[in-house]
Design a protein around this ligand. Structure first.
Ligand SMILES: Nc1ncnc2c1ncn2[C@@H]1O[C@H](COP(=O)(O)OP(=O)(O)OP(=O)(O)O)[C@@H](O)[C@H]1O
Length: 579
């Protein structure tokens, strides 16, 4: 279209505002819309109405819109290239969920018209999500109905969103792309986020990210993030570790140990993690790493203490079980090489290292180990095993795959290589646990690899007492505080052997609150009835959990439970299921 023709576009003789001025030359309209002349003549003759004005206006609006789109796209590309700073990260990055959560929490996230609902299948809703529990204690609690009240969480859907932060304009973009995978791999998508702002410097975005990290840490202050090895198939694409869950940090006081032992451990970890330590180690040429060995029978608190340490020091915890059947030495190396600078690595069952490869007797040794474990198998262990199986955890679940050519088992040298690797000299806290310290090779526990050993024993009187007291107390402050119990059934004062029931004048009904002093008194008496060094804290805890609303019932039942469990242990029963 030449300029002369364009000039014909408008009848520019009339006054502004008169629609007829917009009437495009019929010749031009004929060029765009074949047959236009005939149609317009027909309408003019029949209805006396000139459609030229309407058609011209429509065409003009269309042309202006297209031009605007084109020009703005050009301008945006130019701006993006020369005047916009951006920071990208993909969904493997720890920042990804934090940024999404932060955006969702901002006005931009709340008013966005395109949201992605996130409700994980089978995830357990938090009480906070539903508000107060209005479950009638007299009725059975129906989890499904309760969980149905939980609204899903919402995130901004894929696309671009603008927001301001500290008087500065930002753009948040969420996108996805197909991951480059080999033809025989299932197709998958990878998400990414881009944060943009006007200017040549990324400093404002970096400051925003620091703010988001702090916001996220404050929000998750009491949360411990637990990571386990990613399944083999996706490890290559999504990193070695996957975030299995995050759960409320375990308070250190809930792990009952010898106070001195606990204090010494906490002080040691604290000293090691202090910001001045890396330099101290570097100046003296000592590798900056610290290893701990937690050993003792099953159910004595080794894992619990590791989780409590993670909560106390605000570290993520990376859990590897050497009993995981698909774990190979190269996997172990890869896992250690992909640890962050500061974290706790919980390496469970280290006594299995060297069993398979070095002796080439995997079947026998696994069988032996299983038999040994079975001998000590108690109800608490059984529950724990079931939990692990259900959660796809330690034994086989998390690994996936399991190709036939895998030779499971980690040799001792493989384990040593992994924990001594260069990448592991960087501030991680290594906690190794075992039920069989006597089986450990001295090379594994030499100073430098294991710097402190913590022995866990079957429950002492102090532990039994503390576990009881914590089970029934809601408040550990001094003073005559009220403790637990809130249901309205009357205790029948049942006492199987007639002794324990007499310990407390049975004038308490369930539903009455016990004072702190009363609970302490009961705790002393309970600890007197449980022999020292016979039961694991897990067993004691398990017994009490089934009577968690009724300390008097625990007192009534303890003697029978104790005798049955002792007898069963003496008979070396394979599974002791005494409640
Ligand atoms: N010392 C303890 N103080 C408080 N609770 C304990 C203690 N020991 C065990 N428990 C309780 O028993 C359960 C099992 O404990 P945990 O998993 O820490 O034992 P573990 O020694 O790691 O066992 P395993 O060797 O089988 O892995 C947990 O629920 C924990 O609360």
């Amino acid at each position: 279209m030449d300029i002369k023709k364009l000039r014909l576009v408008l009848n520019s003789t009339g006054e502004a505002g008169n629609l007829s001025q917009l009437n495009l030359a019929p010749n031009l309209l004929e060029t765009f819309i074949p047959g236009y002349g005939l149609i317009s003549k027909f309408i003019l003759d029949t209805f006396g109405f000139d459609i030229g004005v309407v058609v011209s206006a429509g065409l003009l609006i269309f042309a202006t819109g297209t031009a605007w789109k084109y020009v703005s796209k050009l301008a945006w590309t130019f701006l993006n290239q020369y005047l916009v700073a951006s920071v990208y990260f993909d969904d493997h990055d720890d920042l990804f969920p934090s940024v999404l959560a932060w955006i969702a929490d901002q006005r931009v996230g709340r008013v966005a018209r395109r949201l992605k609902a996130v409700s994980k299948q089978g995830s357990s809703p938090e009480e906070d999500d539903v508000g107060e529990m209005d479950n009638d204690p007299a009725e059975l609690f129906h989890f499904g109905r309760w969980a149905a009240k939980v609204p899903p969480k919402y995130e901004p859907y894929f696309g671009s969103y603008q927001f301001t932060f500290g008087y500065r304009f930002f753009i948040f973009e969420r996108g996805k792309r197909e991951k480059s995978s080999s033809p025989w791999q299932p197709r998958s998508e990878e998400e990414h986020i881009v944060l943009k702002t006007f200017g040549w410097s990324t400093a404002p975005i970096k400051a925003l990210l620091v703010h988001i990290k702090q916001w996220s840490i404050e929000r998750e202050n009491s949360i411990t993030v637990i990571k386990r090895p990613q399944s083999k198939e996706i490890r290559r694409y999504q990193g070695a570790w996957s975030r299995v869950t995050s759960r409320p940090s375990r308070p250190m006081e809930t792990v009952v140990l010898d106070p001195e032992q606990k204090e010494a451990l906490i002080a040691d970890v604290n000293e090691y993690l202090s910001p001045a330590s890396p330099r101290w180690y570097a100046v003296r040429g000592i590798p900056y790493r610290r290893g701990y060995l937690f050993y003792g029978p099953p159910g004595t608190g080794k894992s619990s203490l590791s989780f409590a340490l993670a909560g106390l020091f605000g570290l993520n915890i990376f859990v590897i079980s050497l009993l995981e059947p698909t774990l190979t030495e190269s996997d172990l190396m890869q896992l250690f090489n992909n640890l962050p600078r500061r974290c706790i690595v919980l390496l469970e069952d280290i006594d299995t290292a060297g069993l398979a490869r070095e002796e080439e007797k995997l079947d026998d040794t696994t069988k032996d180990k299983k038999e040994e474990k079975d001998e000590k198998f108690s109800a608490a262990d059984l529950a724990k095993e079931l939990r692990k199986t259900a959660g796809g955890g330690r034994r086989g679940g998390g690994g996936g795959g399991g190709s036939d050519d895998l030779k499971p088992g980690i040799s001792l040298s493989g384990l040593l290589n992994a924990i001594d690797g260069v990448a592991s000299h960087e501030g991680r806290v290594l906690v190794m646990t075992t039920n069989h310290p006597e089986k450990l090779d001295s090379a594994l526990i030499r100073p430098g690899r294991v710097d402190m050993q913590v022995a866990f024993t079957l429950a002492t009187k102090h532990q039994t007492r503390e576990i009881f007291s914590r089970m029934y107390s809601t408040d550990h402050d001094t003073g005559p505080k009220k403790s637990v119990i809130g249901i309205t059934v009357t205790s029948n004062g049942h006492s199987p052997n007639g002794t324990a029931g007499k310990l407390l004048t049975n004038n308490h009904k369930i539903g009455e609150a016990y004072t702190r002093d009363e609970i302490e008194e009961l705790a002393d008496k309970f600890a007197d009835l449980v022999p020292e060094g016979k039961f694991s804290p897990a067993e004691v805890q398990n017994f009490l959990i089934t009577r968690k609303k009724d300390p008097q019932r625990a007192m009534d039942d303890v003697a029978l439970w104790r005798d049955q469990l002792l007898e069963a242990k003496e008979r070396k029963s394979k599974i002791v299921f005494v409640q």
